[in-house]
Design a protein. Structure first.
Length: 169
């Protein structure tokens, strides 16, 4: 469709004219607060029709969940073999070992082979010892405790999955 050369911009159809709302976008100030605090302020501003709502009061920091260092055992109930290890956060490493076994990626090949053969139903996971919570835990104490429980539970040779080679826990 051709328009006469004498047509003014107001006479042109709306699709050819710039949209005022697009051109007049004001850039809002960017906040460095957490997104939930920004949304909380915006909601308060809209509910009270106040231009600037007061900032939300920061909640006191919650203490970090307590982690326990300790020694754990994974037992094969069908054969009686046991795998003993330890970590500074024993519950996390137990969950990690279970996930590694389920995904066929455990670092102990013999344990992984039995897990694949017998299935999860024939294995138990248990914490056999914990070290008292200290800010300055001694890693050497944990290594000694792991060696003690490996000897106590006979986790070497035919009775277990551990080897006598000294490797990091």
């Amino acid at each position: 469709m051709a328009y006469p050369a004498s047509a003014s911009p107001l006479e042109l159809p709306m699709s050819n004219q710039p949209r005022p709302e697009i051109l007049s976008l004001a850039s809002a100030p960017v906040s460095s607060d957490a997104p939930h605090l920004v949304l909380q302020r915006e909601l308060a501003r809209r509910q009270t029709n106040v231009a600037h709502a007061p900032r939300a009061v920061a909640l006191p920091a919650t203490p970090a969940p307590r982690t326990d260092a300790g020694v754990y055992a994974i037992r094969n109930r069908a054969t009686g073999r046991v795998y003993v290890s330890g970590d500074l956060d024993v519950q996390v490493v137990l969950d990690y070992d279970r996930a590694a076994l389920n995904s066929r990626q455990h670092r102990n090949a013999a344990l992984q082979a039995d897990w694949d053969w017998y299935g999860e139903k024939d294995f138990t996971f248990e914490v056999v010892a914990k070290i008292e919570a200290q800010a300055d835990r001694n890693h050497g104490k944990l290594l000694q405790l792991v060696e003690f429980w490996r000897d106590q539970l006979h986790s070497y040779g035919a009775n277990g999955y551990n080897s006598r080679a000294k490797v990091p826990v």
